[in-house]
Design a protein around this ligand. Structure first.
Ligand code: ADE
Ligand code: ZN
Length: 336
């Protein structure tokens, strides 16, 4: 095949890759939400055919509270987790880091160990059925206090659950304001306890949010980070330190960060030498599949097979998978 022809979907599925930026909150089927809402006697915010139409990030985050509030039982959490592993496998991913933000899941407030055990049950069952392994990134919300952040880190450190690989922070930076030092101590302690650190920035903040994520929170990885494109000095920093960006093109289009894929900076960041990877963010709610994201970008930017191989390699390197899992994915990639 000529090197810049768009690979077919089977070839993209076969590309060994990892997903490093996806939220369990984004893995609901509309029919499931409709059924759970009916059973709980909770009104739907909109009819099912328009349920996943969002007016930007604030509206989207509000919807997450409604949807996650319906996942009130252990079985429902396990089912959602299992469902995510199936999506991964359908896109040919060999591993994923998945974010879960306890603030959205009302029924589980005050029961973090139970919540993590339920999610773990779903992922363990999936792995036993041959679906890809998953690491859990437990997330703070941008609008939380430093006290709440300390409480979450205390709980994670005490629990030491093998499924949990990272502390994360997500939510709306435009509403919560600049990072300041509010979360610095929580992230420092998480790092000292052996957790990795991943930070949403440069989506609802500009490049200054990405810089804060690195300098104040010690981010090992940035979720989104796309608005780093606006600051050449920051691009240089990302390249020098090889801090990876977990980029989600369809999410950025749907939530209004960029008007079209042609305007999206993923290719410019890649060409500048930033370690970018391709991800779905909230796959079912935003209508993104991992394979679809690879297809969308390779078509828009005429990526060659070598480019795709390098992007998949970035995703594996950026993941918080263990050394063996990474090595076997890298081996598979060399045979693609
Ligand atoms: N939580 C789920 N998806 C998110 C996004 N795209 N940005 C911030 N927080 C999120
Ligand atoms: Zn995200």
């Amino acid at each position: 095949m000529p090197s810049t022809q768009i690979p077919n979907i089977d070839r993209l599925r076969a590309l060994p890759k990892a997903e490093v930026h996806a939220h369990l909150e984004g893995c609901f089927e509309p029919s499931v939400l409709e059924q759970w809402a009916a059973q709980a006697g909770v009104p739907m915010p909109r009819p099912r055919d328009r349920l996943f139409q969002f007016e930007g990030l604030a509206d989207f985050l509000h919807f997450l509270d409604w949807a996650c509030g319906l996942a009130s039982t252990r079985d429902r959490l396990a089912e959602l987790s299992y469902g995510f592993s199936k999506l991964l496998s359908e896109s040919g991913a060999g591993y994923a880091d998945v974010i879960v933000n306890p603030t959205h899941w009302k029924a589980w407030h005050g029961r973090l160990p139970d919540m993590i055990a339920s999610i773990d049950a779903g992922f363990t069952a999936a792995e036993q059925d041959g679906l890809p392994p998953v690491g859990l990134c437990v997330s703070l919300l941008r609008s939380q206090s430093s006290g709440a952040a300390a409480e979450l880190v205390d709980a994670l450190v005490a629990l030491r659950h093998p499924r949990v690989v990272a502390l994360s922070i997500d939510g709306n930076e435009a509403a919560a304001g600049r990072t300041s030092s509010r979360f610095a101590e929580a992230f420092r302690r998480a790092g000292a306890a052996g957790l990795r650190r991943t930070v949403h920035a440069g989506e609802s903040s500009g490049p200054e949010g990405v810089r804060d994520a690195i300098e104040l929170l010690g981010a090992d990885r940035i979720d989104h980070g796309v608005r780093a494109i606006e600051d050449p000095g920051l691009i240089e920093l990302l390249v020098d330190r090889q801090i990876p960006l977990g980029i989600c093109p369809t999410s950025n289009l749907t939530l209004g960060v960029y008007p079209s894929i042609e305007n999206h900076p993923i290719d410019r960041l890649r060409r500048a030498g930033v370690a970018v990877s391709i991800n779905t963010d909230d796959p079912l709610l935003l209508g993104a599949s991992l394979m679809g994201e690879y297809a969308l970008c390779s078509k828009a930017f005429s990526w060659s097979e070598d480019d795709l191989r390098a992007l998949a390699r970035n995703s594996i390197d950026a993941s918080f998978a263990n050394t063996d899992a990474k090595a076997s994915l890298i081996q598979a990639l060399s045979n693609w």
